[in-house]
Design a protein around this ligand. Structure first.
Ligand code: FES
Ligand SMILES: [Fe+2]
Length: 429
């Protein structure tokens, strides 16, 4: 099999004629108006991943999620019935944010038996029912049963907790996640409970950072210094191609080689610390046993022996990277304005069995941070120049940037379709 297989005919992009091949405008990443429309059409209506079930270990475990793009906050809790439930984080008395710790804008987590509002002390149980109203007799015909917390549609796929803030959206989660998710089912995500998290405020539109993680065209250049000098030179000369790209509805994936499993006989292109720790960006070299006898069908679609990583973007903002040596990274991009967002990068490993394994994981985690900083470094520079709007209006994207075309087109389609639907619905008076 060639190192860089191409589709049987034409290019990856030309397999999807709707994507076009011409230069694209980035107006959708610099327009406050477009962002406001994306908030309504995308973040208030699609299934969003907000965490994993391991964050809710026992009955009463909860965490809050600020979803600024949908102008709301939610609380996700393991209920008395041992189910994952979510509620809008608003007290039914006078609208105070119900669950927060020191600062109302900051996310929090913990374990409790009930939620008590800080303002006048109304209480809600873990099923969201209102159980206590301070001086209840002073209200007028108030029935507590009518004042439970407002529920949020919630479902769990392979341990990933999703919410949908639109009560009228009836598309089931699995149907929305499509064939990639179906083809990943059975992957032992639940074994990867050693978790390291990063979170950063980034000065760019949310789509620009996704763009940076759905192409590896930049890798030999932007990340050149991560390799030893002669290897870096070789990579820059050779350039980069992925093994496969696939698109399924609003979602996309790229499958790639990584060089994982460095042959011990040729360590020249591996940094000394990586040789010692037997680890690096691509994870610990020695894959732990996580009970994965064979890869689920969605992984390594090209069936390539040099396969090392598949990266799935579940629209709009959840990216799932599955690495050959049995570990996983997730990325989330939470917009906070048209030109800012919060980036979350989370690394998941099998629990280390000894100090050496722990060190190997730590090296992968800090190397990931270094790469992510390099990726993030270009974003504010790009955002600021895109916002200058002149004199350049459109940008050529190559075949490896197919998922960028797809992401931007998908976001625009959601806005268009939502607004068309809205225009058919008589406005409420
Ligand atoms: S606003 Fe929550 S008890 Fe009054
Ligand atoms: Fe990168």
């Amino acid at each position: 099999m060639p190192l860089f297989p191409k589709p049987a005919e034409g290019s990856w992009t030309e397999h999807y004629p709707d994507l076009g091949t011409g230069p694209v405008s980035y107006e959708d990443s610099i327009s406050p108006d477009v962002y406001e429309r994306e908030r309504d059409a995308i973040f208030s209506r699609t299934w969003l991943n907000v965490g994993r079930v391991e964050q809710l270990r026992r009955v009463g475990s909860y965490f809050t999620k600020e979803i600024d793009a949908a102008r709301t906050s939610i609380v996700v809790v393991r209920s008395s019935a041992d189910e994952v439930r979510a509620f809008f984080n608003i007290c039914r008395h006078r609208g105070n944010k119900l669950v927060w710790s020191d600062y109302p804008g900051e996310e929090t987590s913990g374990v409790c038996r009930q939620f008590t509002c800080k303002y006048h002390g109304w209480r809600y149980n873990l099923e969201g029912e209102c159980t206590f109203v301070q001086q209840e007799e002073e209200f007028f015909d108030l029935d507590k049963q009518d004042y439970g917390l407002a529920p949020v549609q919630t479902d769990v796929w392979e341990g990933f907790i999703f919410v949908n803030l639109d009560p009228t959206n009836t598309t089931p989660l699995r149907e929305y996640l499509g064939t990639f998710a179906k083809g990943l089912e059975g992957y032992p995500f639940h074994q990867l409970t050693q978790v390291h998290r990063y979170r950063a405020d980034v000065g760019s539109n949310w789509k620009l950072f996704i763009d940076a993680f759905t192409e590896f065209y930049h890798a030999p250049v932007l990340h050149a210094k991560q390799s030893v000098a002669d290897q870096s030179q070789k990579l820059t000369t050779m350039g980069y191609e992925a093994l496969a790209y696939e698109i399924d509805g609003p979602h996309g994936m790229v499958s790639t080689w990584t060089g994982t499993g460095v042959p011990p006989k040729d360590m020249r292109h591996v940094k000394p610390i990586e040789q010692k720790a037997r680890s690096g960006l691509f994870g610990p070299w020695d894959a732990p046993d996580i009970g994965l006898d064979e890869l689920p069908p969605a992984l390594n679609p090209a069936g390539h022996k040099a396969w090392g990583l598949d990266s799935f973007l579940f629209f709009p903002n959840f990216m799932l990277l599955i690495w050959k040596p049995n570990w996983v990274i997730t990325y989330h991009y939470w917009p906070t304005s048209y030109n800012t967002h919060i980036f979350e990068g989370t690394c998941y490993f099998a629990p280390p069995k000894n100090a050496r394994e722990r060190l190997a994981q730590e090296l992968a985690v800090v190397t990931f941070k270094e790469y992510a900083l390099q990726d993030g470094n270009t974003l504010e520079a790009t955002q600021s120049m895109l916002e200058s709007r002149t004199p350049v209006k459109a940008f050529p994207l190559n075949d490896q940037e197919i998922l960028l075309r797809h992401l931007h087109k998908t976001a625009q389609r959601y806005v268009r379709e939502h607004e068309q639907q809205d225009s058919r619905t008589p406005a409420a008076v």
